[in-house]
Design a protein around this ligand. Structure first.
Ligand SMILES: C[S@@+](CC[C@H](N)C(=O)[O-])C[C@H]1O[C@@H](n2cnc3c(N)ncnc32)[C@H](O)[C@@H]1O
Length: 257
């Protein structure tokens, strides 16, 4: 039962449930004799109240705007045909397959967003993975930091994978893969820009697979309750959280090489 509740609260299921409830509320109120304004207003309020169920500005905006937008589209007299909704949804699913929704929407790493990374983690000709490389913006910033690195990008969305391949094909290896199903063992750094809730499982995976001394680097989101090894931050920039994999307990540093 608890698992069912947790699944319902996951993104994007929670948004679909809230929008469905908003429509059910509007229809129910209309059938009970309420005026159209009251019924629609109540449904809009439900969407607004439900934003507490999700984290992040974008998810909250999508949650709140879902019902009013769908209502505008089906409004009698609207110039927009209602099948447009279906078309938009299909386009979204093609560009952005459902598996990727739980981790992150498509926000690129901003230009200069990784400034200072190469000084903070000094690596000689490393192998670096951008796990979920989107349009390739993160790879471009990683290359600016580590020009001699072997850069690898993986992405679940076919279309974003193609875009990323097109932008980075001359100097990075891009392929379509699921970041959770591939091994991170051969990388000195894994870079992710996902969602707040992605960090804890990502750190667990990194600790299981990555070698001591290697780095998991996350733009913007940190793992709640776990102190990072370093943080790059400053006015007007998103923080970069850096987690270095620890030495196994009882292993002295000079025995490692
Ligand atoms: C916020 S974007 C970041 C893109 C890129 N790393 C950057 O910083 O510019 C996150 C990307 O991760 C991808 N993604 C989400 N879940 C994934 C998964 N399980 N496997 C591979 N890619 C995934 C999404 O499709 C999206 O393109």
């Amino acid at each position: 039962m608890k698992a069912l509740w947790l699944a319902m609260l996951r993104w994007p299921t929670v948004a679909l449930i809230v929008w469905g409830c908003a429509w059910a509320l509007r229809i129910g109120l209309l059938q009970a004799g309420a005026g159209s304004g009251l019924a629609t207003g109540a449904a809009v309020c439900l969407g607004l109240l439900a934003i507490v169920l999700v984290q992040g500005r974008w998810r909250r905006a999508i949650m709140a705007l879902g019902f009013p937008l769908s209502w505008l589209l089906v409004l009698p007299g609207s110039q927009l045909p209602s099948w447009l909704w279906l078309l938009l949804l299909l386009a979204l699913i093609v560009v952005y397959p459902l598996r990727a929704w739980r981790d992150a929407p498509w926000f690129p790493t901003p230009a200069d967003g990784l400034q200072g990374l190469a000084e903070a983690a000094q690596l000689q000709a490393p192998r670096i993975l951008d796990a979920g490389c989107g349009s390739g913006a993160g790879l471009i910033e990683l290359r600016a930091q580590y020009p001699d690195a072997e850069l690898v990008g993986i992405e679940w969305s076919v279309w974003l994978c193609l875009l990323s391949w097109w932008r980075c094909r001359r100097w990075a290896r891009i392929s379509r893969a699921d970041l959770w199903k591939m091994s991170w063992a051969d990388y000195q750094m894994v870079y992710i820009f996902q969602r707040p809730e992605t960090l804890a499982p990502a750190l667990e995976k990194a600790r299981e697979e990555m070698r001591p001394g290697s780095w998991l680097v996350s733009l913007e989101f940190s793992a709640a309750g776990l102190a990072p090894t370093k943080v790059l931050q400053g006015a007007g920039r998103r923080p970069v959280w850096m987690y270095q994999m620890p030495e196994p307990v009882g292993r002295s540093r000079h025995k490692r090489n």
